[in-house]
Design a protein around this ligand. Structure first.
Ligand code: SF4
Length: 351
């Protein structure tokens, strides 16, 4: 497939992103851990709330979602679950755009987050006004934005996509002869352009977690574990994708651990996913892909610092009031709803 893509100029806002340090790790005894999980479960029940957690949140948060009748998934599945649940209060453990997406789809529900300060480098690196300026220069292009954007950027889009359906949506648009303006992740955009051959102009953004995986480090790891399959998320650099046995979204990588015959996996995505991988295949071995190599800074060390803010004590705090409720202004919500609904209708047709 001949790819036709180019990457736009690097926005100044990207270099200004302040990546927080990881919060201190909890060191709880087994008894204290169980007691905290039970307390949080009871608080969810008393509030009539359901917990929707991303695969990248800490294992305790995912465990709480499992044992309280909530849900753990990728951003597309979280959006679907949040929209379809009967619960009137949904707690979204993830990052801000996920809480916003839930609110856009379900304005009648109370959407709480353990912290409203959990950001995403892709969202922060694509300010709505700078994106509007680029869009104005390319009115002929269909605007497709990744779910990892603010409501104000989604409101400017024709389509929203997640990594699990990006290739299908762009193939569909390319078959209609449309050229694409894509934001914000350049690596995912390049991967999609290469898979589909679509004409894509890419916003120059990146995920601080996936951009840090380095081919050199993975090659060294492969030498140590020659039998292991390499699993890579498409937000990673091209040289890392070239080493993959399977490239895919979090859900697709989770499936790969069950479908592939390998017993060992080198996993190049946030290590939060190990909780579900281990649960699905307890007899298999999962190895973190290294973030070492030329140019590595280890700002993330394979764990999103914003996802790491989703602590159980913060969740319990959020359940005590409405201060951590997500708000999206109504006219903005209605604009952002259209491209989101287009994505959900497209995926419903595919199922
Ligand atoms: S892992 Fe990357 S894409 Fe996901 S929330 Fe963190 S910074 Fe954003």
């Amino acid at each position: 497939m001949t790819a036709s893509y180019r990457i736009g100029p690097r926005p100044e806002s990207i270099d200004a992103i302040c990546v927080p340090a990881h919060p201190a790790q909890d060191t709880l005894s087994a008894e204290a851990r169980s007691a905290q999980l039970e307390e949080a479960r009871q608080m969810l029940t008393q509030r009539g709330a359901v917990l929707v957690a991303h695969y990248y949140t800490d294992p305790m948060m995912q465990e709480l979602a499992d044992l309280s009748g909530g849900f753990v998934g990728d951003s597309l599945e979280m959006a679907r679950f949040g929209a379809n649940t009967d619960a009137t209060t949904v707690v979204v453990a993830g990052v801000r755009f996920m809480g916003e997406t839930a609110k856009i789809l379900s304005p009648e529900k109370m959407i709480l987050m353990p912290t409203l300060e959990a950001e995403c480098s892709l969202d922060l690196g694509c300010p709505p006004d700078e994106f509007a300026a680029l869009r104005a220069q390319h009115p002929e292009r269909t605007v497709v934005v990744y779910a990892n954007t603010s409501a104000a950027v989604k409101a400017q889009a024709d389509w929203v996509v997640t990594s699990s359906i990006a290739v299908e949506v762009i193939s569909h648009l390319q078959a209609r002869g449309e050229s694409i303006l894509w934001a914000p992740d350049q690596h995912l955009g390049r991967y999609v352009a290469q898979k589909t051959g679509a004409d894509m102009l890419l916003w120059n953004g990146a995920c601080v977690v996936h951009e840090e995986f380095k081919a050199q480090g993975i090659e060294r790891m492969k030498a140590v574990y020659p039998e292991a399959a390499v699993l890579v998320h498409p937000e990673s650099p091209e040289a890392v994708l070239a080493l993959a046995d399977r490239v895919g979204s979090t859900t697709q990588l989770l499936k790969a651990t069950q479908e592939l015959p390998h017993e060992q996996f080198i996993v190049a995505t946030d290590r939060g996913i190990f909780y579900k991988m281990q649960q699905a295949s307890p007899h298999k071995t999962f190895i973190e892909a290294p973030t070492a190599g030329n140019g590595a800074t280890c700002r993330s060390c394979a764990h999103c610092p914003w996802m790491a803010m989703n602590k159980l004590d913060a969740l319990m705090q959020s359940l005590q009031g409405d201060e951590q409720a997500v708000q999206v202004e109504e006219s903005l919500r209605l604009k952002a709803l259209q491209p989101l609904q287009r994505m959900l209708e497209f995926t419903a047709d595919k199922r």
